[in-house]
Design a binder for this molecule. Structure first.
Ligand code: ZN
Ligand code: ZN
Length: 729
C-alpha cells in the first residue's frame, strides 16, 4: 500500500470565539490521556459546556485524533452529543478511516447524509475517499466521486489528491490520470501520488517520465517524490538512472532521512550495483533493520551468498526480519536446501521467534525440495505455537502438500481453513490440477464462486493448466472466453500459453496454430514452448521447426528448447538436423542446468546429481541399481536404445548411461531406506526422460511400491506399473 497524501486540516466552526477561551475548554489541549479527558468531560457536563456543539466537538477531536486516541471513548462521546455539528461528524469519519475499522468510516458517512442538516464538505470527502482506498472498493469510491462533482468540489486540491491515490490503489490508472489532468492546480502531493502509484502498479517507466514532467512543470520534488522515483528505477534496473537520481538528491538538498536512504539502497541492490550499495550502506549515518535486510537480500539476489552470510553474521542484533532476509534470499534464488539449513539454525539458536514470513519461506523451500516431513513439521509447529493460520500460511501449506505429492493433506488444510481468500482457492485448484484431477479443479472453481470469492488472473492460470493436464479441451476454451467476457480479466501471456498447451496436448495442432495467429500480442517464449512440446508428443516435425525457431529467436539460450527440437529430429531419423543443432548449441556455449533429484528420508533431504557417487551410501546404491536392472531385464525390460542417441535434458552432451540419471539414484536410495508402507517421493528439476519413466513404472510393479515423481512440468504417480500421466508429459 502506498502512503496516503497528507490530510487537510479540519476547519473549526465559526462561532467558537467565546467558548474557545473558557478555561475548561483550553485545558483540553493539555490532556495527554483518556483519563484526563474523562475528567474534563465530567466537568463540562456539570457546567453545561458539553451541550455547546463547539465545545463537545473539541473534546471529541481530542479523544479521536490525539497522539493516544481512544476510538471507543470517542464513539461514546459522539453518541452523547445531542446535535453533532459537521466538525464532529468529520472527526469521527476521519478517525475511523485511519483505524482498522475502516468500514465504520463509511457507515458514519452514510449516517451523516441521512441525519445531519449540514452537507458533507471538502473536509469530509477526503477521508471517505481514503476509506474507500483502504477497502479497495472501486464502486464505492466512484460513487463518492460522483457526489464530489455534485457538491461542486471537483476542483478541490485535497479531494483530487485523495482521488488520485484512491484510483491508484485500485489499479485504475486511467481514472487516476483523468483526475490528475483535469485538476486546475496541482501541488507536489498530486505529482507524488502519480509517481508512487505508477511505480507500484508496475509502470516504472511512466513513473520516471512523470518525474521528468514534474521537473519541467517547475514543481520542486521532495523526499516522497524521490522514494517513488527510486522505487521505479529499481524496477527498471537502470543503474545509470539510479546513480543520476542519487546525485540529484544530493545536489538539490533533499534531506536524506532514513526512509529515503533505504530507498537509495534498495534501488542500488535492485539494479545489481552491489558495490555502490555497499559504499552507500557503509556511509549511512542512520541504519535500521530495513537497511541491513535490503543489503542481505541484495547479495542473495546476485548469488553472492557468502557476502550475504557475512553481513548477516556481522549484524549486531539479529531480529526475525534479518533471519527472514537470509532464508528468503536462499529460497528465492534457487537454494532451498540452504534456506532450510538456516531455518534449522534459527530454531536451534532460539535467537528469534519465527513469524509468518519465516514459515512461508521455509514451506516454500520444502515445496521445491519435496521435503514433506519438514513441511509437515512446520504445520505441526504452527499448531503448537498457536500461530494463527492466515491466508498466506494456508496457501503455503496447500502448495507444500500438493507439490510434495500429498493431495489428501492439501485438501485437509483447505477444508479446515477458517478463511479462504482468492489465493487459498487458487492454490487448491493448482494442487488438484497438478495431480491430474481436472474435473475436481473445475468443481473447486465453481465452489469458489458460490463462496463469492472473485477469481483473479492466477486462478485462471491454475484452472487452465488443470484443464490441460486432464485433457479438458472444451472446458478450457470456455474458461478462456469467460475470463474477459464475464470476469473482466484480460488474458495475459501465461493464459495464452496454457490455452496453446490445452489444444496442443489434445492433438489439435491446427487449432493451436490458428489460436497463436489470432493473439492480440506477439506470442512469447512460453506460447512457442507449449506448441513445441505438443509437436514432440504428436511427432509433427514441420510445426516443431516453426515453433522451435520462434522460441530460439526469443530465448537463444533455452537449453530445453534445443533438447526438445533435437529429440523430435532424432525420433524422425533426421540425423543431419540433429548434428546441426548440436553444433549450434556448442557454438552458443550453452550452459545448462545439471539434472538433480532429491528425496527426503527421515526429515533429511538427499540430493543426487547425474552419475553421482558422493553419497555416503553410494556403494549400496549402485549395488541396488544393478539388482534393479537385472530384475527389470528378467521381467522383459529393454533399455530404450533410441533414447541413448537422443539428447536428454540432464545429459552432459556425451551420452551418459541412462541408469545413472539422478532420479534412478534417488529411487535406489529410496528403495534401500524407506519402509514399503511409505511412498517414495522424488523431486526432479528437469523433465524425466522416457527411459527412466518406463523404469520407474516397472519398479512400482516389481517392487510393489508407490512412487511419486515430480519433474519440472508435472507429477507422475506410479502404482502397479502404471503412471497417472498416462505416458503423456
Ligand atoms: Zn532418465
Ligand atoms: Zn508419468
Amino acid at each position: 500500500m502506498m502512503a496516503a497524501p497528507p490530510a487537510p486540516l479540519i476547519n473549526f466552526p465559526k462561532d467558537h470565539r467565546y467558548w474557545a477561551t473558557h478555561p475548561t475548554i483550553t485545558l483540553i489541549d493539555q490532556c495527554s490521556n483518556v483519563q484526563q479527558l474523562k475528567q474534563i468531560h465530567a466537568r463540562m457536563l456539570r457546567l453545561g459546556l458539553f451541550f455547546d456543539p463547539f465545545s463537545a466537538s473539541k473534546l471529541l477531536h481530542s479523544a479521536a485524533l490525539s497522539h493516544s486516541p481512544s476510538l471507543h471513548y470517542a464513539r461514546d462521546l459522539f453518541d452523547q452529543i445531542p446535535h453533532p455539528n459537521l466538525y464532529s461528524w468529520n472527526t469521527l469519519i476521519r478517525a475511523y478511516a485511519a483505524s482498522p475499522y475502516v468500514t465504520r468510516s463509511i457507515s458514519m458517512f452514510v449516517r451523516l447524509l441521512h441525519e445531519s442538516v449540514e452537507r458533507p464538505s471538502k473536509f469530509t470527502y477526503p477521508f471517505v475517499i481514503k476509506a474507500s482506498a483502504k477497502l479497495s472498493d472501486l464502486r464505492l469510491g466512484k460513487a463518492v466521486q460522483g457526489m464530489v462533482i455534485k457538491e461542486g468540489l471537483s476542483s478541490d486540491l485535497f479531494v483530487n489528491n485523495c482521488l488520485i491515490h484512491f484510483y491508484m490503489e485500485c489499479g485504475c490508472l486511467d481514472m487516476a490520470l483523468q483526475v490528475f489532468w483535469s485538476m486546475p492546480k496541482r501541488d507536489v502531493v498530486s505529482w507524488n501520488s502519480m509517481i508512487n502509484g505508477l511505480a507500484q502498479n508496475e509502470y516504472p517507466d511512466e513513473a520516471v517520465n512523470f518525474f521528468r514532467r514534474m521537473e519541467e512543470a517547475g514543481v520542486i520534488p521532495n523526499d516522497v517524490t524521490m522514494v517513488g522515483v527510486l522505487s521505479a528505477c529499481g524496477k527498471t534496473g537502470d543503474a545509470e538512472l539510479g546513480r543520476w537520481l542519487h546525485s540529484y538528491i544530493e545536489n538539490n538538498g533533499i534531506g536524506m532521512g532514513l526512509i529515503l536512504g533505504n530507498a537509495v539502497l534498495d534501488m542500488y541492490t535492485k539494479c545489481s550495483s552491489m558495490e555502490q550499495a555497499r559504499l552507500f550502506f557503509d556511509n549511512m549515518v542512520d541504519k535500521d533493520i530495513i537497511s541491513w535486510t535490503t543489503m542481505i537480500a541484495g547479495y542473495a539476489r546476485i548469488g553472492d551468498f557468502s557476502a550475504a552470510r557475512q553481513l548477516f553474521d556481522s549484524l549486531p542484533r539479529k531480529d526475525i526480519a534479518a533471519w527472514n532476509a537470509l532464508i528468503s534470499g536462499y529460497e528465492q534464488n534457487g537454494r532451498p536446501k540452504e534456506a532450510i539449513a538456516v531455518f534449522h539454525e534459527l530454531q536451534l539458536s532460539k535467537a528469534a521467534k519465527p513469524d509468518e514470513v519465516t514459515l512461508v519461506s521455509a514451506l516454500s523451500a520444502c515445496s521445491r525440495l519435496g521435503a514433506m516431513e519438514l513441511g509437515g513439521w512446520i504445520h505441526v509447529y504452527t499448531r503448537k505455537e498457536v500461530v494463527r493460520l492466515n491466508c498466506y500460511l494456508v496457501t503455503a501449506l496447500i502448495d507444500m502438500y500438493s507439490k510434495c505429492g500429498d493431495l489428501q493433506k492439501a485438501r485437509e488444510v483447505f477444508q479446515s481453513a477458517e478463511k479462504r481468500d482468492v489465493f487459498v482457492w487458487s492454490s487448491m485448484i493448482a494442487g488438484l490440477g497438478m495431480h491430474g484431477r481436472g474435473r475436481d479443479a473445475v468443481e473447486m472453481f465453481q465452489r469458489m464462486q458460490e463462496a463469492n470469492v472473485r477469481p483473479n488472473s492466477v486462478t485462471f492460470t491454475n484452472l487452465l493448466s488443470a484443464c490441460s493436464h486432464s485433457g479438458l479441451v472444451e472446458e478450457g476454451r470456455e474458461f478462456f472466453h469467460q475470463m474477459e467476457s464475464v470476469y473482466k480479466i484480460p488474458p495475459g501471456m501465461e493464459h495464452y500459453a496454457a490455452m496453446v498447451d490445452i489444444l496442443g496436448r489434445a492433438g489439435q495442432l491446427d487449432d493451436a496454430t490458428e489460436f497463436i495467429q489470432k493473439m492480440p500480442m506477439s506470442p512469447g517464449a512460453s506460447v512457442w514452448g507449449a506448441l513445441l512440446g505438443a509437436c514432440r508428443l504428436y511427432k509433427n516435425v514441420d510445426l516443431a521447426e516453426h515453433a522451435g525457431s520462434h522460441l530460439l529467436n526469443i530465448e537463444p539460450d533455452n537449453h530445453g528448447a534445443y533438447v526438445l527440437l533435437s529429440n523430435i529430429y532424432a525420433e524422425s531419423g533426421k540425423w543431419d538436423k540433429v548434428s546441426d543443432l548440436r553444433k549450434r548449441m556448442r557454438d552458443a556455449g550453452l550452459k545448462k542446468e545439471a539434472g538433480c533429484s532429491s528425496i527426503e528420508v527421515e526429515g533429511t533431504v538427499h540430493e543426487f546429481l547425474v552419475g553421482d557417487n558422493t553419497h555416503p551410501m553410494s556403494k549400496k546404491i549402485y549395488l541396488k541399481l544393478e539388482e534393479m536392472t537385472s530384475r527389470l531385464k528378467s521381467a522383459g525390460y529393454v533399455p530404450n536404445k533410441s533414447e541413448v542417441l537422443q539428447l536428454v535434458e540432464e545429459e552432459n552432451m556425451q551420452e551418459i548411461a541412462l541408469h545413472l540419471h539422478s532420479e534412478r539414484l534417488a529411487l535406489a536410495f529410496g528403495l534401500l531406506t524407506l519402509p514399503p508402507s511409505q511412498p517414495i517421493r522424488i523431486v526432479k528439476n528437469l523433465r524425466v526422460c522416457q527411459d527412466c519413466h518406463s523404469v520407474v513404472k516397472l519398479v512400482s510393479k516389481l517392487y510393489d511400491r508407490e512412487i511419486v515423481l515430480r519433474d519440472r512440468y508435472r507429477f507422475h504417480h506410479f502404482i502397479g506399473g502404471e503412471c497417472s500421466c498416462m505416458d503423456f508429459w
